[in-house]
Design a protein around this ligand. Sequence first.
Ligand code: TYD
Ligand code: MG
Length: 458
Amino acid sequence: KSSARTAYVCGECGAEYSKWQGQCGECGAWNTLSQVVLEPAGAPAGPGASRRSGWAGKVDPPKVTALKDVSQTAEVRVSTGIGELDRVLGGGLVEGAVVLVGGDPGIGKSTLLLQALASMAAQLPALYVTGEESLAQVAGRAVRLDLPLDNLQALAETGVESILQHASQARPKLIVADSVQTLWTESLTAAPGSVSQVRESAARLVRYAKETGTAVFLVGHVTKEGGIAGPRVLEHMVDAVLYFEGESGSRFRVLRAFKNRFGAVNELGVFAMGDKGLKEVPNPSAIFLSGSSQQPGSCVMVTREGTRPLLVEVQALVDSSPLSNPRRVAVGLEQNRLAMLLAVLHRHGGVVVGDQDVFVNVVGGIRVQETAADLPVLLAVLSSLRDRPLADKTVAFGEVGLSGEIRPVPNGEERLREAATHGFRRAIVPKANVPRAVRHKDLEVIAVERLADALEYA
Ligand code: TYD
Ligand code: MG
């Protein structure tokens, strides 16, 4: 049979189904499934699949090799010239890597990549492909950012075939495609921006990257309406996925590695947007603290996202609710985790919040995914409920278990060191995280084993 194989793909999260359904079973979104043409068997669709037919297109007979005999080519890494971006990439950009940079429109994706490209263009032939802005707009931005223009090559084009034809002549070692939602390939009749076009266009660039060792940045907007595919539909086919996050109204931006074949996930890079583009914030702990003296409902935590500790303030507001079903709202934290923590607080701490609205917010627009946030969240909730601030210069971290025990978290000493460096005086931490040897002078470490101990101390 020669008829093309099709599947239904969610434009929101990329989940694939063989039949149409109204709601995506993975992410719960409605009416986001659209039909895509999978390539006929034999044609590679991703970096893994392309091995089946060999990098150069001919079919290699399958052969088993002992791993010790495989020649190890060390990854060649290039610095992007932006330390925080290098950090998120795992120590620079790997040759031939395909990196998806996602984020809301206007967050600064084009700005960051233009800055990175300009800095790398001095060492590598680089090409900026724009499908969103005109060449004049790109050039204008580069001038405003004071970037060196000499080596910056740009192409205003959205057809993947033309882009690849140009690339195979000019042979850049680095391509930025901004954005992937504007790309389209002649081989499909679907509209640009549709799930099929976005996937297939990206797949072609991925294949080109792997065949030629060209590094590729794909820019993807996080989309709100269902008609345009979001970057999540590409997550499985690229080497690294970086998401740009930030609070509207704040000039700080956080770049997070969501997936990385060449480095740690959840690694954070912190930037500040100014009139000369994005600037690195090499010591970010300071910016996630609100700076004011200790208020009721606030607790500073030491989180460790990726490979570096970070001081972050958690705020809670607990207020009697007019609703029969009081609200639990978490910004920057997982909603379900908050509900669970409040249940533990009730059951094992004897603190009743059943008739209260509970709002929890992580300052600075950062998202904390670690369980080390549990204890600080509960301390902030309690502090707001009692309307009494925690002692001045207090930090906390620790996971709270369902039976009310406070469990240790990784890298306790490193977290304590970060707190001491920033002048904190008290740390409420799980007992097993108390260092045996190292003592930080001026930092009193309070070990807690049970939630009740922590609440009593606070
Ligand atoms: P942009 O990189 O175009 O965002 P994206 O590609 O993610 O859509 O950034 C757009 C925003 O950044 C815009 O609102 C203006 C702001 N900006 C600055 O504040 N300073 C600058 O130097 C630049 C270039 C942009
Ligand atoms: Mg842009």
